[in-house]
Design a protein around this ligand. Structure first.
Ligand code: NAD
Length: 282
């Protein structure tokens, strides 16, 4: 049986753990916070139940999925993993420390993947003595439902590692798209400026959040408006990505909307905090 370690059990980590376990992988799910681990297991159980109700998988296979996920507060649990997928907070210092540690712990042949939305894979790889085995594996939110995984090739990522990551992604029944390392890759270089612009519209009184979202849903055929999507992603994650685009590309063009900075400072992070552009009760 193949073993994966998923590091970070937040919005993305729980979905990534779910999808690997659903496809027969043994999963260790690591987070420094026991509370985050407990919440993740609860979320996965709820999501399995929702999928069963939609006719995706049986209750028995769902129980098997859940049983394959072992939560741990220790990174040591990553020992013996064939692949590690890091999904901790979008903060380079935290990620750099984790990759340095993973390099010591994980088998020499293991692939070290990051789910980062925007941070340079090449820089993350430099924290290890095996930069050719470091790659971006950028899942989309919500992971169990979204078909894309943006595979990010760092400057020295090996061809064999890219091929293996593509193969694993297909085994998870997702579609891999390989891109090169650049701030925000493709997905967030295109998406995040749109979200940021939508926030400027609210900030400058051009329209209410509801009106902005309606324009984009009904006028541009987007399934979710940009502000509802920002709430789903997490406003702290959106701000962190804008800062990476700003630092790496153009300071003025990618400047975060002041309202985004204000909301994050106030703890209004979107769905995960119960309040963002909208209010969430569950
Ligand atoms: P989140 O804030 O929901 O979860 C982050 C988790 O990391 C928390 O549970 C936290 O306790 C844990 N953590 C922090 N430091 C840690 C450490 N040293 N060791 C172990 N765990 C630690 O964040 P998220 O939205 O799940 O984002 C995780 C990553 O995925 C980020 O790099 C983000 O950019 C990326 N991403 C996010 C989205 C999205 O829509 N939210 C989409 C694609 C990619």
């Amino acid at each position: 049986m193949s073993k994966v370690a998923v590091v970070g059990a937040g919005t993305m980590g729980n979905g990534i753990a779910h999808v690997f376990a659903q496809h027969g992988w043994d999963v260790v799910l690591v987070d420094t916070s026991q509370e985050a681990l407990d919440r993740a297991i609860k979320t996965i159980a709820t999501n399995i139940e929702k999928l069963v109700k939609k006719g995706v998988g049986s209750r028995e296979s769902g129980a098997g999925t859940l049983a394959r996920i072992k939560p741990s507060t220790l990174l040591d649990a990553a020992k013996g993993a064939e692949i590690v997928v890091e999904a901790v907070s979008e903060n380079p210092d935290i990620k750099f420390d984790i990759f340095e540690e993973l390099d010591r712990l994980a088998p020499t042949g293991a692939i070290l993947a990051s789910n980062t939305s925007s941070i340079s894979i090449t820089e993350i790889a430099k924290q290890t003595r095996r930069p050719e085995r470091v790659i971006g594996m950028h899942f989309m939110n919500p992971v169990p439902l979204m078909p894309l995984v943006e595979i990010v090739r760092g400057r020295v990522t090996g061809d064999e590692v890219v091929a293996k990551t593509v193969e694993i992604t297909k085994q998870l029944e997702k579609t891999p798209v390989v891109v090169n390392d650049a701030p925000g890759f493709v997905s967030n270089r295109v998406l995040m400026p749109m979200i940021n612009e939508a926030i400027f519209c609210v900030d400058e009184g051009v329209a209410t959040p509801e009106a902005v979202d309606q324009v984009m849903q009904l006028g541009m055929n987007h399934p979710l408006g940009p502000l509802a999507l920002a709430d789903l992603i997490g406003l702290d994650v959106c701000l962190a990505i804008m800062k990476v685009l700003q630092d790496g590309l153009d300071a003025h063009k990618y400047r975060p909307a002041p309202l985004l900075e204000k909301m994050v400072a106030n703890g209004q992070l979107g769905r995960k905090s119960g309040r963002g552009f909208y209010v969430y009760r569950d």
